[in-house]
Design a protein around this ligand. Structure first.
Ligand code: ATP
Ligand code: MG
Length: 255
């Protein structure tokens, strides 16, 4: 077993990596998930392993969308289940969202392992096993969703979603909130709200904003949503990566 001393300069990063390893051992995370993790780590390193100002504004816009939604659903895959299960359960409670397991490489075993894992972290109902709905335009196995879950949702939070499915969900007319450390990834590019941040920081940050906005009026929530611009956000994230520019006070996307 890995023991990482808290004083280690890369403590957070090593802890995250260890959680993914454990996820693979428990049958929650796929081996492909290890590759996705490696890609994410590289982008996080370039971002300075921090939540930028533009990512924080995106998290706030995502929180407003979730609070305005008729039927919000949080999609859970093998990586996020391993990285932040308790944080996802908490966000679902705070905004009144469903949790749905939604896997790129779907196997019954892994579906069940993730449902059980979320229940161990306090989730009551977890969707995904019914799989009686389909995302149009996607091949059979990858198209499966619950008709009364993601199929019926008006707002979906999809952390680390595959580019194809992100595009297809958008084409279904859903408001799509994506967490992805790569601003050039197609998933981030097609999102209504791209949150370019590590899911480990982003999910609790969306929850914090949702709590802060809990008493806001609909008009105030709409103002947060309307004040957000996806292209500006992606450009700011790319600048932060390429030039190490701190986008904290760029004046855009502020509400
Ligand atoms: P495409 O351009 O089609 O979207 P892709 O980048 O999605 O390709 P993958 O490696 O399958 O290819 O996707 C993994 C994505 O998840 C990467 O963009 C990576 O940056 C992101 N990612 C991995 N770990 C995390 C994490 N902990 N938090 C946020 N994003 C992450
Ligand atoms: Mg992607």
């Amino acid at each position: 077993d890995v023991e990482v001393p808290e004083s280690h300069p890369r403590y957070e990063s090593l802890l995250t990596r260890h959680r993914i390893e454990e996820g693979v051992e428990k049958g929650i995370t796929s081996r492909q998930g290890l590759i996705a993790q490696g890609r994410g780590e590289a982008f996080d390193y370039l971002l300075g392993e921090r939540t930028t100002g533009s990512a924080d504004a995106a998290a706030r816009a995502a929180a407003a969308h979730l609070l305005l939604a008729d039927h919000p659903v949080l999609s859970v895959n093998g990586n996020v289940a391993a990285l932040c299960p308790g944080e996802l359960v908490e966000l679902a409670e705070v905004v009144g969202a469903d949790l749905e397991v939604n896997l790129f490489n779907r196997t019954d075993e892994r579906m069940r392992a993730i449902v059980d894992h979320l229940r161990d972290h306090g989730a009551e109902a977890v969707r995904g096993l019914t799989a009686d709905g389909r995302i149009p335009g996607i091949d059979h196995e990858r198209a499966k969703v619950d008709a009364e879950g993601i199929g019926d949702a008006d707002v979906v939070l999809v952390p680390l979603e595959d580019g194809d499915r992100a595009e297809a969900l958008g084409a279904m007319g859903k408001v799509e909130l994506v967490v992805d450390l790569n601003p050039m990834s197609r998933s981030a590019q097609v999102a209504t709200v791209p949150i370019v941040d590590n899911v480990i920081r982003a999910i609790p940050n969306v929850t914090r904003h949702a709590r802060d906005l809990a008493d806001a009026s609909e008009a105030e929530l709409h103002a947060v949503v309307d004040g957000f611009d996806a292209e500006t956000t992606l450009a700011a994230a790319e600048r932060a990566i390429r030039e190490g520019v701190d986008d904290e006070g760029d004046g855009e996307n502020e509400s």
